[in-house]
Design a protein around this ligand. Structure first.
Ligand code: GDP
Length: 197
């Protein structure tokens, strides 16, 4: 699946801009700076994916990338950027909520969590939004190369524990590092299972 070209297809900044539903979709979400661009680049081998972290508030759109005719990857803008106005955050939340609720082709959301920080209140808010929209989501710990084995066990136990209260969540928490490639094959395999044959 990931051997093929990953092609930018569409950017949507409001509900009216969404592309027609077609391929199965997997969305990637997480706090700003969680390592989302790096992980998506590691997954696809693509080096040119827009890096939102360096221009917070500017690239506020859902970006759709197609892997041939099998799967669409949806890059969601990082949330939790402190300097955003309340109005902008509210408008953005409305758009994201409507996308999540109305998208029949959305198979899963990968919710990225920085393994150094664990689940923050804003992550729990996003999980509640996903529960409410009945979107299956999977927690993916990022930057695991920065932690000791013991610290990773600790964050894993805490995240897995929090998941018990969230029935829409996939029970497995993945460990990943874009730096070392840890967990990248496992994440690819779990996404391949959601793609068109
Ligand atoms: P985004 O804002 O979520 O798209 O995050 P980026 O992918 O731009 O990464 C944010 C910062 O974290 C950058 O300085 C990256 O080099 C760094 N980073 C991302 N992934 C990893 C990782 O797996 N390991 C380490 N050590 N640093 C990472």
């Amino acid at each position: 699946l990931f051997a093929r070209e990953c092609e930018f297809k569409w950017g949507a900044a409001a509900q009216g801009d969404l592309p027609p539903q077609g391929l199965p979709e997997v969305a990637f979400a997480g706090r700003s700076n969680v390592g989302k661009s790096s992980l998506v680049n590691a997954l696809t081998g693509r080096k040119t994916l827009a890096r939102t972290s360096h221009t917070p508030g500017r690239t506020q759109q859902l970006n759709f990338f197609d892997l041939g005719d099998r799967l669409s990857l949806v890059d969601m803008p990082g949330y939790g950027y402190a300097k955003e106005s309340k109005e902008k955050v509210a408008a953005w939340n409305d758009f994201v909520r409507s996308y999540l609720k109305g998208r029949v082709t959305l198979r899963r959301c990968c919710l990225l969590i920085d393994s150094r920080h664990g689940l923050k209140p804003i992550d729990l808010e996003v999980m509640a939004m996903l529960d409410n929209a009945a979107v299956v989501y999977q927690l993916v710990l990022t930057k695991t190369d920065k932690l000791t084995r013991q610290a990773l066990n600790h964050v894993h136990a805490a995240t897995a524990g929090a998941l018990k209260k969230h029935p829409a969540a996939h029970p497995e928490v993945l460990f990943t590092s874009s730096e070392t490639g840890q967990g990248v094959p496992e994440l690819r395999a779990s996404l391949a299972a959601l793609a068109n044959p």
